[in-house]
Structure formats: C-alpha cells, structure tokens
Design a protein around this ligand. Structure first.
Ligand code: ATP
Length: 493
C-alpha cells in the first residue's frame, strides 16, 4: 500500500476516532461547538487508561508524591496572584482583508514547521530563537516584524495586510451567585496547578510530607483559545495532568533535570520510536522560571508540545503568601552542612504538566496503522490500532464460533470469569474474520474463540492482535496470559 501523506493519515485518524466511538464533536447535531469535543465509549476507556498510567507512575510509584482533586472554581484572587488576570494573554494579529484573527506565535510556528519540512533547519532554528525572544510583553511588536520578514500570508485572503499585534486574555469568566448584577466574577481555571499551590500547606501538614515531595492532580482546564485547530490538539475545554514537586532552594536545578529525564522515560516506555520525541529547551524564560523545557512529539503536522517541565522557583507560593496574607512556608528540621536545621523557607517548585487530550491524540496517531495483507491470490488489508495492551479499551474479546450448540453459553461463562479483572467485550455477530478485524481496529490485544473442541477439552483459541498468531490454550490459563500482557508492570517496572 502506498505510504499515505501526513495530512491524509491525520484525516484518517480523525475519522477512525469518530467511526469507532473514540471522539465526537461536541453538540454535533447542532453543528458542533468549536474546539470542544466529547469522548465516546472507547475514547472514555482509553482516556481513563492514560490517566491511570500517569497516576500510577507519578503517585503510586513515588512514596513522596500524593494526588488531590481540587475544584475548578477558585477564589478570584488566586488568578490575580498567579498572574493570569494581568498576564495570561495570547498575542493576536488580524488580517485586514479577511478579517480573520490569528495567534501571531502560531503563524510563526507553522512557518517553522514548514522550514523544517523543507529541510531548512537553520532557518527554522533562527526563526524559533527570534520568536522566543519576541514573546514578552515589551517585544510583542517584533512578532509582526517577523511575520512580515518571513512573508507569511493569511491562509484565507492570501494577503500580507496585517494589523498590529494585540493581547487577548484566555480565561473564561462567569458570575458567582444568583444575580448577575453585583455578584462576583469568577474564572474557569485555565490550569490545574493553582489548586495544588493553594493546598500546599493543607497537604503537607495533613499528609506529614517531608521535602522533597510532590502533589499531583488530573483535571479539567479551560482556555478561550482564539485559534482552535488540529482536532483535540488545541481545545477550549481540556484536561491536564500536573505535578508540582516542592524542593529546597538550591536543589531545584537538580530536580528539574531529574523530572525532565523521568518524564521522557514515561513517554518512551509506551514503545514509541525514540526519534518521534525531542526536548525543546526554552531560551527565553517566563519571569518566574529559571529553566523550562517542552517534550515535543512529531505529530503529522510537525513537532509540537505535549508536556512542559518548568522550574518555577518560589514564585507561585510567594505570590499566594503575599496576596492571601498566609504564610506558605515549610519548616525543614533536617540539618545542613553546618549541622544546623535548614529552618523556614518557601520551597522551590518543579512542575510537570501534560495535556491529557494531546497525549490521547499522540497515542491514537502512534497506534494507527493501515496494513496491506495482500497475497498473490487475494487482496486484503486491515486497520490496526497498535495500542500498548495496558492502554487498550478492551483487553479481551470473547467470541463463540457459532451462535448455537452451547458455544455462546460457554463463551459467556469465560467472559464472566475474566470480566472482574479485564474489560471484555462479547461478540457473536458476523464471521470470525470480520470480528477479528473489528477488534484490530479498536486495539483489543486478545481475541478468544470458543469452538466445539472447547466443550470437550476446555481449551480455546487465543489470537494475538499484532502478529495475528493463534494458539490453542487451556481456559484455565487465560487470566494469566492476558494478565501478564496488560499488567501495568510492563510499563512501570
Ligand atoms: P501551547 O503553547 O501549545 O498553547 P502552553 O505552553 O500554553 O501550550 P501549558 O500552559 O504549559 O501549555 O500547559 C501544559 C500542557 O497542557 C501543554 O503541554 C499541553 O499538552 C496542554 N494544553 C495547553 N493548552 C491546551 C489546549 N488548548 N488544548 C489541549 N491541551 C492543551
């Protein structure tokens, strides 16, 4: 089968996601709501499994990391303290002819991706550095200069007739209380991190946590993205998996390096080709950060950020201390080199922040494969979702070979023993070959077929998704075979 180009492959992933119940457009019957998506029956399973993988790797595998679940609504002052009210802006630019609005940095990122695609890596690197340098409030006009210098035209009008770059705040706001008038304006959180910072002392004290320690959280975040695109890559309602790791001042750089490496390992454990990932170290840092890197994945539309690792100094806790008037300090009674307790300080923080939806998209893209199975005599193909077995929505599909002779009953009996530990699906419709193909397309690692022999000797055929190999095994061994393959140990050990 000819190698599909990237655009086509991406389109196929999107339609596959819809066809099999992974992702639907929100409110589709009303023509959808831009940049908002719903996860279907298989998407919800896959998403949960990605969450579980992250939660286990971060919380369960670390004695010094605990997880919380904080509210989406927070006191409005939180967002003053965090800098989001005044500083959470995107640089926007309008095309005067089409009247379309764009994020100036994204127009430039697209250009960088194009340079990279065309092998102009020096040009790409130079533009990346220039853009990083321009992404501060005082240097914003420089973004327009870069757009003009690199001759970027509006994709709609085709002209280069641009306005100045302006700031646009990304937070959604709503009213708290019954009456719109006079009630307080609150925000839908644009990140989960602040729910961790404001609970720093609650968790530290109630959990008797000793530095270094981390607090993890998975939850929804909302951003009024102006340019929403690339399917679930950039959404207005999305989910983050964030962990804030609190350390002694002076030990932040060491922990930053630790988490940078640990997080890439987490991604690579899934078996992705190493060259699909890269770090993008930030040259120009946010004012509160002393180091930052993105973990980027090569999507069909170029290398893009999936996760950020940020060394945020003591900025957030100090800000909350100032705005709330409450001490956000930790008493460290371990002894320093001089034999004296470290004493009171505001801890430094290393943050790891990954977008769950981007991770979902990455996983689908990585797993999606159209295989040509043609032989000399016969044309054949299959669509395969080569998901890691631990992430697969269903672990086992159970089929009776036919709908009669007690085979469905036997198949159900097997399913009823496996379903406590594994998400199983029962199918009796269509020929076996067709049933296999459907499970391949949704990533089910094992298909079990019950036939007449099963009734006599208590064995079944187990078929492996990737190799399509089939073997005859004892029913009594099934739980062990499946259990080993889908165990979280395969990813975490
Ligand atoms: P970008 O530069 O792509 O807008 P960001 O640097 O603003 O991302 P962070 O604030 O560091 O992103 O958020 C952490 C993670 O949350 C990102 O790495 C990304 O995976 C995810 N994320 C951020 N914005 C969105 C969005 N609009 N839709 C889906 N995921 C998002």
């Amino acid at each position: 089968m000819a190698q599909k180009n990237n655009d086509e492959q991406f389109k196929n992933v999107i339609s596959h996601a819809k066809e099999y119940g992974f992702v639907f457009q929100s409110s589709e019957i009303y023509d959808g709501l831009s940049a908002v998506y719903d996860y279907g029956q298989l998407g919800a399973e896959l998403k949960n499994n990605i969450k579980t993988y992250w939660w286990k790797a971060m919380v369960q595998m670390h004695e010094n990391i605990v997880g919380i679940d904080s509210a989406i609504f927070m006191h409005p002052k939180v967002w003053k303290a965090s800098g989001h009210v005044d500083g959470f802006n995107d640089p926007m630019i309008d095309n005067k002819d089409s009247k379309k609005r764009y994020r100036a940095d994204q127009l430039l990122e697209d250009k960088i991706a194009r340079y990279e695609k065309d092998g102009k890596t020096d040009k790409a690197a130079k533009l990346q550095a220039d853009m990083d340098a321009a992404l501060t409030a005082e240097n914003l006009p420089q973004l327009k200069v870069l757009i003009e210098e690199h001759e970027i035209a509006c994709p709609v009008s085709g002209t280069k007739n641009w306005t100045e770059v302006r700031q646009f705040n990304l937070m959604f706001s709503t009213q708290f209380g019954a009456m719109a008038e006079g009630s307080d304006e609150v925000y839908l959180r644009p990140e989960t991190a602040q729910g961790i910072f404001v609970n720093f002392l609650n968790v530290q004290k109630s959990g008797r946590m000793k530095i270094p320690f981390g607090i993890a959280q998975i939850g929804k975040a909302f951003r009024n993205e102006v340019i929403a695109r690339q399917f679930i890559m950039r959404m207005r309602e999305f989910e983050q998996m964030e962990m804030q790791f609190f350390v002694r001042p002076g030990e932040d750089k060491k922990w930053f390096e630790y988490w940078k490496e640990a997080r890439l390992k987490w991604h690579q454990a899934l078996g992705t080709a190493p060259e699909k990932y890269r770090y993008h170290d930030h040259v120009k840092l946010a004012h509160y950060a002393n180091a930052a890197t993105d973990i980027e994945f090569e999507f069909p539309f170029g290398f893009k950020e999936v996760e950020g690792i940020h060394s945020r100094t003591d900025f957030d806790l100090t800000q909350h201390q100032e705005y709330s008037g409450k001490k956000m300090q930790y008493f460290d009674n371990d002894l320093n080199e001089d034999g004296k307790p470290f004493g009171n300080y505001v801890p430094y923080v290393i943050e790891t922040s990954i977008g769950l939806d981007r991770m979902f998209l990455l996983t689908m893209i990585n797993a999606f494969e159209e295989q040509d199975l043609s032989t000399e005599d016969k044309q054949d193909s299959r669509t395969l979702l080569r998901l890691h077995p631990a992430l697969a929505p269903y672990k086992v599909a159970v089929f009776p070979l036919t709908k009669k002779d007690g085979l469905p009953e036997k198949a159900r009996e097997i399913m009823n023993t496996l379903k406590f530990d594994f998400n199983c699906i029962y199918e009796e419709k269509d020929a076996i070959g067709k049933r296999y193909r459907r499970q391949d397309a949704i990533g089910t690692p094992f298909c079990i077929t019950v036939d007449h022999q099963s009734l006599e000797d208590h064995t079944v055929t187990i078929r492996h998704r990737d190799s399509m190999d089939q073997e005859r095994v004892a029913i009594a061994d099934l739980a062990d075979i499946v259990g080993k393959a889908v165990s979280w140990k395969t990813l975490l050990a």
